[in-house]
Write a protein that binds this ligand. Structure first.
Ligand code: ADP
Ligand code: MG
Length: 415
């Protein structure tokens, strides 16, 4: 990280600690960060035990956190409703709270459910991850709590275990049946690398060097700012369809269908399920192809892989929408090397791989195409592979004290 980016991070963490002081009084024990993510390739594969290749974004959710000895959990977010939600940890259970608080409360519940000795805390969040844009602000929120609690309560859990806890919170507490990819990306990604994830064995993930800038490339995220309502139920239905197809094929998961057996499987399966299976099997192959291209130092070769992935999501998985299709075609028309929708589908964001320096031109073309089609202007972000969840302040962790004692206070700014 450049010294100026480091300075920006430090100032942001200090601001969030100051806000904590205004909200709760006193100082937080620390400030932690967890990023949003974009998935380069490998969409809707994680819940099929398959492969994915996400990167963490520079956009992060910060949490200023302080352990409490009385077993109460207090939650406040700069992006919330302005109120403090207060819950006793001992009474946490799915359904105990609603709204945004179910994501962080769910993490504390999932830690306790897994037998970890956790108590209460005061938590204040502030995020630069856009919400509902397919960039996983929900995972960033959960993973920020997971890493903060890991230190506040001296748990020392490995990254994939924290990701599993955060996923459990999203599944059981927030009621979203997502796979492990979002949380693994937020916790385990490293700067200048993509995370090669095998969802069957997340603990064996690998970092694949992805030196975007060094290879003269850029990555543009185009947030279409649409989220079609059919999203949630449709996600569960797609997942159920994949599980049904695997059962019909006598496989533990679609990941276990070798590409060579795909044609026969497509003949055997009901018409409604065959395209889902074709997407998952070809998408897993695209992840492996992307990893080998990155390892060969040819990141530009990802372009056609991304575009093929979009066609598969549009034609086989059928989860694109007019806005994502238009963002992809306009980006490609403006010279992007490849583009595809990313995230759950039915709206959200598109990523475009391009030659460095062409972000403005490609973004302007997509914006003009949206205008001509009568859509709201998209939001545009140039991104690069950033670090996963981490402590921001104090930079040197104090030795974790046994729960529920408190670690060293955050040094407040004096001016
Ligand atoms: P995505 O994860 O793609 O951004 P989701 O619908 O999964 O979209 O999660 C968005 C939800 O997560 C928001 O509606 C809100 O409830 C919650 N959320 C995310 N970040 C924050 C935040 N910083 N403060 C409060 N709530 C947040
Ligand atoms: Mg989400």
């Amino acid at each position: 990280m450049s010294p100026s980016a480091q300075g920006d991070d430090d100032r942001r963490a200090e601001r969030v600690a100051d806000d904590f002081h205004r909200i709760y009084g006193g100082s937080p024990d620390g400030v932690w960060a967890a990023p949003g993510r974009v998935n380069l390739i490998g969409e809707h594969t994680d819940y099929n035990d398959g492969f994915a290749l996400p990167i963490a974004l520079p956009q992060t959710t910060l949490v200023a956190a302080r352990a409490r000895v009385d077993g109460r959990l207090r939650l406040h977010s700069a992006q919330g409703d302005g109120r403090i939600t207060e819950l006793p940890v001992a009474a946490l259970a799915p359904g105990a709270t609603t709204g945004w608080a179910r994501y962080p409360a769910g993490v504390v519940w999932a830690l306790a459910e897994a037998g970890h000795p956790v108590g209460g805390a005061d938590l204040h969040f502030d995020s630069t991850v856009p919400t509902g844009a397919g960039l996983s602000s929900s995972a960033a929120l959960e993973c920020a709590v997971a890493v903060a609690y890991d230190e506040l309560y001296g748990l020392r859990l490995p990254g994939p275990a924290l990701a599993r806890i955060a996923q459990r919170a999203e599944n059981a507490f927030a009621g979203v049946p997502c796979g492990i990819m979002d949380q693994m990306a937020s916790v385990c990604c490293t700067a200048e690398a993509a995370l090669h994830l095998d969802a069957r064995t997340p603990q064996h993930h690998r970092q694949v060097p992805f030196d975007l800038r060094g290879q003269g490339l850029g990555l543009l995220v185009i947030d279409t700012r649409v989220a079609h309502d059919l999203g949630d139920g449709a996600y569960a239905a797609l997942r159920a369809g994949c599980e049904r197809a695997a059962a019909l094929l006598g496989l533990p998961a679609l990941r276990d269908l070798p590409a060579g057996e795909l044609p026969q499987a497509l003949r055997d399966l009901p018409e409604a399920l065959a395209p889902l299976v074709r997407h998952v099997v070809t998408e897993n192959a695209r992840v492996e192809e992307a990893v080998s291209r990155l390892r060969a130092g040819d990141a530009a070769a990802l372009g056609p892989i991304l575009t093929a992935g979009h066609a598969s999501l549009r034609d086989d998985y059928r989860i694109s929408c007019p806005e994502t299709d238009l963002a992809v075609s306009a980006a490609l028309g403006a010279g992007a090397l490849g583009a595809r929708m990313t995230g759950g589908g039915f709206g959200g964001s598109v990523i475009a791989l391009l030659e460095a320096g062409r972000e403005g031109e490609v973004g302007a073309s997509v914006t003009a195409a949206f205008d001509a089609a009568g859509h709201r202007p998209p939001r545009l972000f140039a991104v690069a592979p950033a670090a996963g969840a981490r402590r921001m302040h104090p930079r040197t962790p104090s030795t974790p004290a046994p729960a529920p004692a408190r670690s060293a206070p955050f040094p407040r700014r004096t001016q």
